[in-house]
Design a protein around this ligand. Structure first.
Ligand code: ATP
Ligand code: MG
Length: 415
């Protein structure tokens, strides 16, 4: 039998898991600081939610979803993103009840059938924010500033925040027409099915990673010239708020998102040192989505940040807490083994991180394990001292040792 992890998935072993925890804990700490509440939605949803909430024309829905029939014949999809499920939960639980602004965050795996490469997995992970019920540019500014504060807290460097506005539906309709007539000669050269998709949503021409397409779109009209007055005003206000908050950004009139439901603000953060998979997060406003998912008309803005890509950028010097125990109990002689377990348990109950050799190997081997564990102290349980209700505490850093009565041990190790 040769079973390995499925393509596009990864195990996080303890050292790596510690880096994950650093990223997630940093995010949770900030969310608490900014007044966001955590939401945990199921790993799978009815397929219909994503078809509607992400959009039939997107790569995610058309090519990347893990969809299957369950034993009851229902079409189920492993969540490819966190926003549609959050919206579903928001509507289902009437979270916007009294018209209050609802601020949520999530930490979630996502599943997309993609071609795996560095920074692109089939099970990937995201942290994200969703703000419901706030149309004001202050909401966009808070989400963006929190996003940048998160990356700063992780110590990530060489990041660029790119910002654009997609205006309202009418503005996008006019822009689409302009874009399509600009790109008509290029679109005509494409295979018919691709051309058809581009005609349906020409904004995707700007989103393409294909070099020919990128080349053809050089000189395309800018959506900034099509913004209607309200969206322009909203965008200007957002820019002023960001300036005031000290958040640097670059206007990127070509920035559109792969997802259909965005309006007005769109943004992404890219890294100068990630190569092809350079986008670390994507976000924006989606005022139509809640209604599309069966809820009351509710403005909303959010962001989704890739954990794997943040981890790729995390410096070796990031302040990641070590898992080393404080104490390692060393039993001299096999008959001391059970006492070592009892003593270790008592230390643990007193809140002192403690490890020991569950196999009670030779003293030499146990001291080696104590060193390797990174423990500050070896607590040595010898027949002699034990008969006096005492142990030897060896400071592995200072290489000094003293005999300590068992009743004083917790105090001695806590110092
Ligand atoms: P990309 O252009 O890289 O495919 P996307 O537009 O599909 O990104 P979003 O759906 O906006 O990305 O997801 C937000 C973030 O989640 C991305 O910026 C990226 O950091 C991360 N992400 C998305 N898909 C994957 C994946 N398959 N593997 C790892 N991270 C991912
Ligand atoms: Mg993608």
């Amino acid at each position: 039998m040769d079973i390995s992890a499925p393509r596009g998935t990864k195990d996080a072993l303890p050292d790596e898991a510690r880096r994950w925890r650093f990223v997630e804990d940093t995010f949770r700490r900030l969310c608490r600081l900014y007044g966001y509440g955590e939401i945990r939605t199921p790993v799978f949803e009815h397929t219909e939610l994503f078809v509607r909430g992400v959009g039939e024309g997107t790569d995610i829905v058309s090519k990347e979803m893990y969809t299957f029939l369950d034993k009851g014949g229902r079409s189920i999809t492993l969540k490819p993103e966190g926003t549609a499920p959050a919206v579903r939960a928001y509507v289902e639980h009437h979270l916007g009840g009294q018209g209050a602004v609802t601020k949520l965050f999530y930490v979630t795996p996502i599943f997309r059938y993609e071609r795996p490469q560095a920074g692109r997995l089939r099970q990937a992970h995201q942290v994200g924010l969703e703000v419901f019920g706030a149309a004001s540019p202050a909401a966009d500014a808070e989400v963006i500033q929190l996003t940048m504060a998160f990356y700063e807290a992780l110590g990530l460097k060489d990041l660029e925040l790119r910002l654009n506005s997609l205006g309202d539906a009418e503005c996008r309709r006019r822009y689409r027409e302009a874009l399509l007539s600009y790109a008509a000669p290029y679109v005509a050269s494409l295979p018919e099915d691709v051309a058809e998709r581009m005609r349906n949503n020409p904004l995707r021409l700007l989103d393409s990673k294909d070099p020919d397409c990128i080349e053809a779109m050089n000189g395309a009209p800018s959506i900034q010239d099509y913004l209607e007055p309200e969206s322009r005003e909203h965008f200007e206000a957002l820019l002023a708020l960001l300036r005031d908050l000290g958040v640097a950004c670059v206007l990127e009139p070509r920035l559109v998102r792969g997802l259909d439901y965005y309006n007005r603000t769109v943004f992404e953060v890219v890294s100068g040192s990630l190569g092809a998979q350079n986008s670390v997060c994507g976000g924006g406003r989606y005022d139509g989505l809640v209604e599309l998912c069966g809820g009351p008309s509710t403005p909303a803005v959010g962001v989704a940040m890739g954990i794997e890509r943040a981890l790729m950028l995390l410096d070796e010097t990031a302040p990641i807490a070590q898992d080393a125990p404080v104490a390692f109990v060393v039993a001299i002689g096999a008959e001391m083994g059970p006492r070592a377990l009892k003593l270790a348990t008592e230390l643990r109950q007193a809140g002192i991180a403690t490890d020991l050799d569950l196999e009670t190997r030779s003293a030499k081997s146990q001291f080696r394990q104590a060193d390797r564990s990174g423990a500050r102290f070896a607590v040595v349980l010898g027949e002699d001292e034990w008969s006096r209700d005492a142990v030897v505490v060896k400071d592995l850093r200072a290489q000094s040792q003293t005999e300590v009565p068992v009743c004083d041990l917790v105090a001695a190790l806590s110092r």
